[in-house]
Design a protein around this ligand. Structure first.
Ligand code: AMP
Ligand code: ZN
Ligand code: FE
Ligand code: FE
Length: 279
């Protein structure tokens, strides 16, 4: 039998943000589904890589440094993925530690706003659930579920903490241009995540002027028609194409690991861009 072609999943979350698998377990799962390469892209957090590296080496899996960073443009949530960035970069580390502090303050603000409409949960319980990882709205949603305010996690985002809901607080004060600059200065390849959630294709061109290099074309939120649509946009704007499952474990967000995978050649294109621009 011919060896199966090498594939990669470049969008994965662990317990260091809002995923439910520890980094070590995630690498084992990647091995089980036959991936050759993976990128852990936790929200505003880079701590999983060090924990995942030893087991990736043991299983001969390639672990690509990655992250998913939050920004806001025109009141909309923008997620910027990045690959091959230098995690030792001082400005990147400063940004991430500021962003962690803002996320904790945001939980307190969400809890205050929810209290005003009679929803009484404790910030401490949300923060405890996130543990050492990045705290986010999915942790608030899990506490709302536990206390019976909602009957599914997605209900939290339509009723309480989604845009236009009473408990909503924006996730980041940074513009995509600022985030792209932090990434580029840390030697990373900035990629716009799941453009379908943004629903504003016109913004992609402005991000390209700000230094965007890639587009996440392959994502569980993209139908085959949308994949073709974003492939065309990527080709027209000369953007690199990436993809992944946006797996969050049992958190149900995204799709099972490895169900959205890209040919290894796209990883090589990212690496080539990185080598040509960073060295
Ligand atoms: P945050 O970074 O705190 O703003 O939280 C954003 C995360 O919440 C996303 O990455 C998803 O994992 C999750 N999320 C956003 N919208 C929904 C939704 N409608 N249903 C379930 N999870 C969602
Ligand atoms: Zn998430
Ligand atoms: Fe995202
Ligand atoms: Fe994600």
């Amino acid at each position: 039998m011919p060896k199966p072609a090498a594939t990669a999943d470049l969008h994965l979350h662990t317990t260091l943000s809002d995923g439910t698998d520890a980094p070590e377990r995630l690498v084992e799962l990647a091995h089980e589904v036959g991936l050759s390469a993976l990128a852990i892209t936790d929200h505003d957090n880079i701590d999983a890589l060090a924990r995942a590296q030893a087991i990736a080496n043991r299983l001969s899996l390639e672990l690509i440094p990655g992250i998913e960073m939050s920004a806001t443009a025109e009141g909309l949530e923008v997620h910027v993925l990045s690959f091959f960035l230098d995690f030792a970069n001082a400005a990147l580390r400063r940004h991430l530690s500021d962003q962690q502090a803002r996320r904790v303050a945001r939980v307190h603000e969400m809890v205050r706003r929810l209290r005003r409409i009679g929803v009484t949960i404790e910030a401490q319980e949300v923060l405890q659930l996130a543990g050492e990882g990045t705290v986010g709205r999915p942790h608030v949603a899990r506490v709302l579920l536990k206390h019976g305010y909602i009957s599914s996690l997605s209900e939290a985002f339509t009723k309480y903490i989604g845009p236009d809901n009473p408990g909503f607080v924006p996730g980041s004060p940074m513009s995509p241009a600022q985030i792209i600059r932090v990434i580029r200065e840390a030697g990373g390849v900035p990629v716009l995540a799941h453009p379908v959630y943004l629903k504003r294709d016109a913004l992609i061109e402005t991000f390209v002027r700000d230094g965007l290099v890639g587009l996440e074309v392959y994502h569980p939120g993209h139908t085959p028609d949308l994949v073709r649509h974003y492939e065309q946009i990527a080709d027209r704007l000369k953007l690199l194409k990436t993809g992944g499952s946006d797996y969050h474990g049992d958190a149900k967000e995204g799709a099972p690991i490895g169900t959205v995978r890209i040919p290894y050649g796209l990883v090589e294109a990212l690496r080539a861009w990185h080598a040509a621009h960073v060295g």
